[in-house]
Design a protein around this ligand. Structure first.
Ligand code: K1U
Ligand code: ZN
Length: 175
């Protein structure tokens, strides 16, 4: 089953999400399966539980190569429970972002180029990962959702409609 995507203006998108306290429970597994189905249907590269109506610290990162980020790694969707950034590089890079909760809008946002993250698997085992570039950007975008923030709050250097983004940005090869 897929879940309804909450859109800009929904108060859940401005709430701080609660940590998961019980791992390996059917309710958590159901939520994760429904988030994975919703992400697939929406053809996104990431999703956070508040976007589908659950104010919980669960995100999915699912990088894949695309027109704007042709060198992005192809990942199996990675489910991260209670993720916590341990380090974010001082080096920042500008990149285009979309948001499934902000339809028809793209923004050019500055983010740390590299992040180191600790998280739990749905079964509760603790993991660490270091990402650069597109997966690091997706992680920061999703982590923002857990803090009640949208990319619009990150003072995008440019904002475009989807149509203008496709005509002006995707039509050009990436720098
Ligand atoms: O959290 C979300 O709203 C999902 C969002 C994640 C994201 C996209 C781009 C940069 C950072 C984070 C999306 O997946 S929107 C769809 C999208 O922009 C996209 C889809 C496929 C390839 C590339 C971008
Ligand atoms: Zn988003």
């Amino acid at each position: 089953m897929t879940l309804r995507l909450r859109q800009l203006g929904d108060p859940i998108l401005t709430q701080v999400a609660e940590p998961v306290t019980e791992f390996g429970r059917p309710a958590l597994q159901n939520l994760i399966e429904e988030m994975l189905a919703t992400l697939k249907e929406a053809q996104g590269v990431g999703l956070a539980a508040p976007q589908v109506g659950f104010p919980l610290q669960v995100i999915i990162v699912a990088s894949r190569p695309n027109l704007r980020y042709p060198d992005a790694p192809q990942m199996e969707p990675l489910v991260m429970v209670n993720p916590r950034p341990l380090a974010c590089s001082e080096e920042q890079v500008l990149g285009w972002e979309g948001c499934l909760s902000v339809p028809n809008c793209r923004g050019l946002v500055a983010r740390s180029r590299e992040v180191e993250v600790e998280y739990h698997t749905p079964e509760g085992s603790r993991q660490r990962v270091v990402w650069r570039d597109f997966p690091a950007r997706i992680f920061q975008h999703e982590y923002d959702h857990l803090r009640g923030r949208l990319f619009l709050d990150r003072q995008p250097q440019q904002l475009l409609s989807e149509a203008d983004y496709q005509a002006q940005i995707l039509a050009q090869p990436p720098a």
